[in-house]
Design a protein. Structure first.
Length: 155
């Protein structure tokens, strides 16, 4: 019995390492796509906020269409995970919507001040924009702060 128990953690660790490697490679590919498509470009983001170019609105709009279509297909065909579990997307409870307005305002202000949304921050750091390390640290600190304050916030 000791042999099988000793072998299991190694197999589990190997399985996790392969999973992390897959996510790392997918993230790297996403970073290359975001960088080459100029979605991480500060100038493109500023053009969007100043209503000087449709480019970023087209990218964001196509992302909304793909996400909405994907969710509709998942619900319609009752798609399952790789483990065979049913994917369940619970309905969103809007309430009065204060948390969305406040959260969206904080998110938008951070995006406008830094010129980058959270998605491509690591791609920017990886492409050599070292000043974004400060933004990554601030995003992580904000995430930690939200996690700390979440029990006290009105949800």
């Amino acid at each position: 019995m000791a042999t099988t128990l000793a072998g299991e953690p190694a197999a589990t660790a190997s399985y996790r390492a392969r999973g992390l490697l897959a996510y790392f490679l997918l993230g790297t590919c996403l970073g290359v796509v975001l960088t080459t498509s100029q979605v991480v470009s500060w100038f493109r983001i500023q053009e969007m906020f100043r209503f000087q170019s449709f480019y970023m609105y087209g990218v964001l709009g196509s992302a909304v269409i793909v996400a909405g279509s994907s969710i509709a297909l998942i619900k319609r065909f009752r798609v399952k995970t790789l483990d065979g579990a049913q994917i369940v997307i619970p309905p969103k409870a809007l309430g009065r919507g204060y948390r969305y307005w406040i959260g969206d305002t904080i998110f938008g202000l951070g995006w406008a001040f830094t010129g980058a949304c959270p998605g491509p921050l690591f791609a920017l750091v990886g492409s050599g924009v070292s000043v974004m390390i400060v933004t990554v640290a601030a995003a992580l600190a904000g995430t930690w702060l939200y996690g700390y304050l979440r029990p006290r916030l009105p949800h």
